[in-house]
Design a protein around this ligand. Structure first.
Ligand code: 13P
Length: 255
């Protein structure tokens, strides 16, 4: 984490997990955090079906709620889709965009991710824009090229620290239990910060949060958060259980 850098943020991505039964984990989380002063911002991104309930359960806490995707248009004949305005109406203040699972399983291009990020900004949501290379791309030495191409295509004009977060998630580290070395993570985060400075200016680049995601757990979180330019994490599996998630959040508890 950068000294004097932005306030860290931990974001839980529940992916396609969670029914009303899972609300018990939110209850456990609020109970365990009651009266605790957090050393970082915290956001939970449940499936869309639970956003309103999670938002209401978290309303007394400082924990935010987010969606996992949105359509670029505000409304219309797009069966099955959800707009940024609808997420906002349900209580979301954040939305994950361009996650590698969306890029892969739904063929999402950088241009589409950018339109979705513009929609998020239009609706007053913070866009969490995901980038990251595949194992093949890393093997070919293309990591930094891939990440900067994704940033160039996906981050819209008008992005700043107040409406955008970047999440670096190497595809091969997601759900695999394998993480890059600290040097590898640091190299990409430094390059992302540099790219942001060139496009948005030094001040915006310094203030914007750059998260690492991919097999983060309580046992490796401290090492990852110690890497310069890592301002928190986007957490998948370890965000599903309150105890595991708090083990990560706790790394930032003020002493
Ligand atoms: P895991 O933490 O399960 O590896 O998932 C990371 C992720 O994809 C978060 O968006």
């Amino acid at each position: 984490m950068a000294v004097n850098g932005p306030r860290p943020i931990i974001i839980g991505n529940w992916k396609m997990n969670g029914t009303s039964e899972s609300l018990g984990e939110i209850r456990l989380m609020t109970g365990m955090l009651d009266g605790v002063e957090l050393g970082c911002d915290v956001v939970v991104c449940p499936p869309a079906t639970l956003i309103r309930q999670v938002h209401e359960m978290l309303s007394e806490s400082k924990i935010g709620t987010g969606g996992q995707d949105c359509h670029p248009e505000p409304n219309g004949a797009f069966t099955g889709d959800i707009s940024a305005e609808m997420l906002r109406d349900a209580g979301a203040r954040y939305v994950i965009l361009g996650h590698s699972e969306r890029r892969h399983y739904h063929d999402e291009s950088d241009a589409l991710v950018r339109r979705k990020a513009e929609a998020a900004h239009r609706a007053g949501l913070v866009a969490i824009i995901c980038v990251g290379e595949t194992e093949l791309e890393r093997g070919a030495g293309d990591t930094l090229d891939v990440v900067s191409r994704q940033l160039a295509g996906s981050v819209p004009k008008g992005s700043g620290a107040e409406n955008t977060i970047i999440a670096y998630e190497p595809v091969w580290a997601i759900g695999s239990g394998v993480t890059p070395t600290s040097d590898e993570i640091g190299e990409v985060h430094r390059a992302v910060r540099h790219w942001l400075a060139e496009r948005l200016g030094d001040e915006a680049a310094r203030a914007m949060r750059i998260l690492y995601g991919g097999s983060v757990k309580s046992t490796n979180a401290a090492d990852i958060f110690a890497i310069p330019d890592v301002d928190g994490s986007l957490v998948g599996q370890a965000s599903l259980k309150a105890k595991d998630f708090l083990g990560i959040i706790g790394q930032f508890a003020p002493c």
